[in-house]
Ligand binder design. Structure first.
Ligand SMILES: Nc1ncnc2c1ncn2[C@@H]1O[C@H](COP(=O)(O)OP(=O)(O)OP(=O)(O)O)[C@@H](O)[C@H]1O
Ligand SMILES: [Mg+2]
Length: 249
């Protein structure tokens, strides 16, 4: 597999073409019913929608954590749906960062050990200059010797963001990264994601149910029942709420 340098700002970092996802069951669940989306390199996109609209499914398919039933997912020039499982794992490790709602910090490791974990897993050396800059930027260098249980929610999420960015991934996927935070802290965390995206020319995709948080993104995609029902450019929180109320149900 070839490695790819960071794409130009105007190029497409993530392309989803007619993604369908059906979960098999006695009554199969059509979680995604034909979603197409182009995400420009260096852009921040929020995905909003009611519970069960398919947000996490979409994010997991885009990140290569789950496979769509139909359609293609192209990230940084690689069609993820054609990669073998071990190539997909390597691809994710090298090019993709994840932030989850519950932080997923490992409880018995210090904040620093948590931040460095993706590098350890990939057998890569720590770029200490980059690590310091990142921690400084996130305002957490003084917390690095603490265990996750000794951090507030906002602090833990900043550490989780540092962990997601330590490998300098081209694309960062975040599923409800602010879900456990109050609106103000949540907006601040998204602001940090947006600033690092700008700094690093990263592509960021954030799932959120919070209109305030979503309005910090450049583009908001509204999902309903497995379909994209609205796309908003630089909306206000009120515009996001209005779209959710009129189209997102
Ligand atoms: N593993 C699974 N097996 C069967 N059905 C699933 C599975 N995962 C999700 N679903 C269904 O697919 C649909 C979309 O789920 P998804 O988790 O993507 O929604 P969501 O928009 O992220 O919701 P929430 O806001 O509650 O997190 C739902 O109807 C859900 O019940
Ligand atoms: Mg979800």
């Amino acid at each position: 597999m070839t490695t790819q340098t960071t794409a130009e700002a105007t190029s497409t970092a993530v392309r989803l073409v007619d993604i369908h996802k059906t979960y098999p069951a006695r009554e199969p669940v059509h979680a995604l019913r034909g979603v197409s989306l182009d995400l420009l390199a260096g852009s921040v996109t929020a995905i909003v929608g009611q519970s069960g609209s398919g947000k996490s499914t979409l994010l997991n398919c885009a990140a290569g954590l789950d496979t769509p039933s139909r359609g293609s997912v192209v990230v940084g020039g690689h069609d993820l749906t054609t990669l073998r499982p071990d190539d997909l794992t390597r691809f994710r490790r090298e090019h993709v960062g994840f932030v989850f709602q519950a932080y997923n910090l490992i409880g018995h490791l210090t904040a620093r050990e948590n931040v460095r974990l993706p590098l350890a897993l990939a057998g890569r050396k720590v770029d200490t200059a980059w690590e310091s800059a990142l921690l400084e930027f996130l305002g957490v260098p003084q917390l690095m010797d603490r265990l996750p249980g000794e951090l507030s929610g906002g602090q833990a999420q900043r550490v989780a963001i540092a962990r997601a960015l330590i490998t300098r991934p081209a694309v960062v996927f975040a599923d409800e990264p602010t879900g456990a935070l109050d609106s103000k802290t949540g907006a601040a965390v998204l602001q940090v994601l947006r600033d690092t995206a700008r700094e690093l020319r990263q592509t960021v995709v954030v799932v959120t149910h919070d209109a305030q948080v979503a309005s910090a993104a450049e583009r908001v995609v509204v999902l309903a029942d497995g379909l994209v029902v609205d796309r908003l450019e630089r909306p206000t929180a009120e515009q996001v709420t209005a779209s959710l109320l009129t189209k997102g149900r």
